[in-house]
Design a protein around this ligand. Sequence first.
Ligand code: G3I
Length: 323
Amino acid sequence: DGLNTRAVAAGKLYFGSATDNPELTDSAYVAGLSNTADFGQITPGNSMKWDTIEPSRGTFSYTKGDVIADLAAKNGQYLRCHTLVWHNQLPSWVTNGGFDNATLISILKNHITNEVTHYKGKCLHWDVVNEALNEDGTYRSNVFYNTIGPSYLPIAFAAAAAADPSAKLYYNDYNIEAPGAKSTSAQNIVKLIQSYGAKIDGVGLQAHLIVGSTGSESVSAWTTNLNAFVSLGVDVAITELDARTTTPATAAAVTQQAKDYATVVQGCKAVARCVGITIWDYTDKYSWIPGVFAGQGDALPWDSNLNKKAEVYNAILNAWGTG
Ligand code: G3I
């Protein structure tokens, strides 16, 4: 019995975790990650991003990504492949290359075709484009948008579909967990891609939550928002869930955090086309949060000593229920 077996019993494909190459020298950590009762899916936190995969033009380096893909295969876990097109962790040869429209389109297609072909048959999902939107729902300024315009999105999805027709292709973003301008714009991205005749299979809601804050108020807000995507004919997945608080977390914060996790799980459970939930690593030992938000963290169901936080873990189990 565990987080993944309960998710599967509830009709989902998986409950999973992100991971990263440096952590894989920690054998206790790897044992926890590889326990398929809890984790039926993994996502590489960094090693399939553009700066790792194509650090200079036309030079592809798959060593680190392959380590994560091989671990998933060895454990019998699904792999969510993350991410092909993002403004961050994008090498400066792309950002500052001064390429014209036609050249940047060919660079974009070449990157996607090469990487998706390399991992063909191994990725349950691809996060094709990540974080294309600003908080107000306008398009984020990045080299692809500024050079190619919004059509960079359908171009990217079409290239990915051609290279691996069986991978499910996702648009992935944060702060789209509740109804609002950014969620509406993410829905418009789905329509844009469809209007070009390109394939999009799903939307990933990252869900980097703040304990007791937006994104975890109610199950009905979750289901309303998820159903707005589903009504466009796509699946949804919770792709990077965590819930941060001021460290060290108080007992009251942990109680609220347990409720927040349960709310997300209940929201996904209630929507048939919500296919699974991924936490953005499973232990506070390796969370990205303290490095970015000073004084914040304690966001995951396992503490920094790899011990389960019983209240949070059990809240997730109970939210999945027993089938
Ligand atoms: O690889 C270098 C290493 O050589 C160097 O010694 C070290 C010193 O700081 O930095 C290492 O790079 C770090 C990299 O992770 C790999 O560990 C970067 O500084 C660090 O900024 C980077 O953070 C990652 C972050 O994306 C970058 O934006 C996090 O690990 C990763 O969890 C995070 O993941 C993102 C998702 O992809 C998209 N959604 C948001 C999420 C959280 O920010």
